[in-house]
Ligand binder design. Sequence first.
Ligand SMILES: Nc1ncnc2c1ncn2[C@@H]1O[C@H](COP(=O)(O)OP(=O)(O)OP(=O)(O)O)[C@@H](O)[C@H]1O
Length: 475
Amino acid sequence: MRNHVQKSVRTMCGKVTAVRGTVIDAWFSDGLPSIDSALQCSLDGGSNVTAVVHSHLGNSSVRAIATGSTRGMQRGANVCCDGTPLRVPVGMQLVGRVIDLHGQPLDGRGELSWDESLPLYRSPPPPSFCRGLGDVYPTGIKVIDLFCPFTHGGRVAVFGGAGVGKTVVLTEFIHNAVANLDGIAVFAGIGERSREGLELWQELQERGFMDRTAMVFGQMKEPPGARFLVGLAALSVAEHFRDVEKKNVLFLVDNAYRHVQAGMEVSGLLGRLPSRVGYQPTLAADIAALEERITATQNGDMVSVQAIYVPADDYADPAITHAFWHMDSSLVLSRDVAAEGLYPAVDPLSSSSKALDPTIVGQRHYDVAQASRRTLGRYEELKDLISMLGIDELSAEDRQTVGRARRLRNFLTQPFFVAETFTGMSGRNVPIEETVEGVDAILSGKCDELDEEQLFMIGSLDEIAASSPRKATTP
Ligand SMILES: Nc1ncnc2c1ncn2[C@@H]1O[C@H](COP(=O)(O)OP(=O)(O)OP(=O)(O)O)[C@@H](O)[C@H]1O
């Protein structure tokens, strides 16, 4: 049971009694550090590793999770605790910098000095202080803006299995959003490959976006204790920008599933019995502890976009279903769509957004999106029939639906700025009005005479307006 026994800042000293991987048991003779407080544990050679108290074992011992390697730690090693929780430095000096969970710079640009810090574990703001969903937050990505609009103050998840393009979508969003950002972007790199983090950092530097970005990383090579806490550390950094500096904040996470996975590893190390599919029994609480803090308040806006890995493409996985509950917009990437080479590989029929509401996006946008869903849904139903009987056996109306759906799918592909090396095409940023206009034109038959391929990997319809329409190759 989580029990905050000791609130004072009196330094307590103890001894390590057991070390199992990154789990440390320590005995204290003069008090008991409270849950979540930070311990400094000595290693051979004079260095220290920080551990966070997880539970109390009787009246004089604690069990803690180390946030670094425990190599070189022995039974009987000294442990010190001043009773304060683990804290992360916060403030404007983090803008342009890349740090780890403890605020140590990872960018080789010298030490950071700071006056202020915040605990990693914090409560969400009270509901009366939060702001609801605001206006639409344009992404410039056609398929997202049409079917799964993001909003100010909203939480967005980009769900997808391995290699379907989550990081590329997130990076393209960062590219489009940070360029016009009136505020600060905070990026949390949780448990992904260090190479990907480096690439993103280089990309942001090259485009000159680091002057409004702070990055907090705990990558794959870190122990689970660090990976589990890095998202909370980045969130504390973001909360300071929102609440103290009164900035609008873009909170970006790659990959929120790794937060859950690290929690599962920590739970296993603690010897807890696993719950469904091997997840930690505290799965729902672990996800809520991160997600509930991500909100816009009276102080400032906070928009969050999180890549979430879907294990084995199983959307019924407990971690994914729990994460769904917290999201205002869920963008679902599909392996089948990616296999057809239609990037971004968004599944429009599975993606959803609370903002796709006439009162938020406007009646025309809503009607066009619903009509698109109907057309694409009908095409999905007809696919089996087409593969068995051939398209000629369909009614004239269905052939027209198929033709429009295929044109629509092509139109919803888009060259990305950050994928120029994959596609060889320059990126496009399309305003929402032009997306709605183009989709409306396709659905109302104005593009029936166009060759399907003319609509593939373009920006707005204006791009082909200049070229003379070719005869259509499909019904
Ligand atoms: N919009 C796109 N345009 C062109 N190619 C893309 C696009 N999105 C993804 N790809 C291709 O898919 C590959 C995988 O993309 P990405 O790394 O974003 O996947 P992921 O879902 O983040 O993978 P992982 O789960 O392994 O981190 C890219 O290297 C690229 O070849």
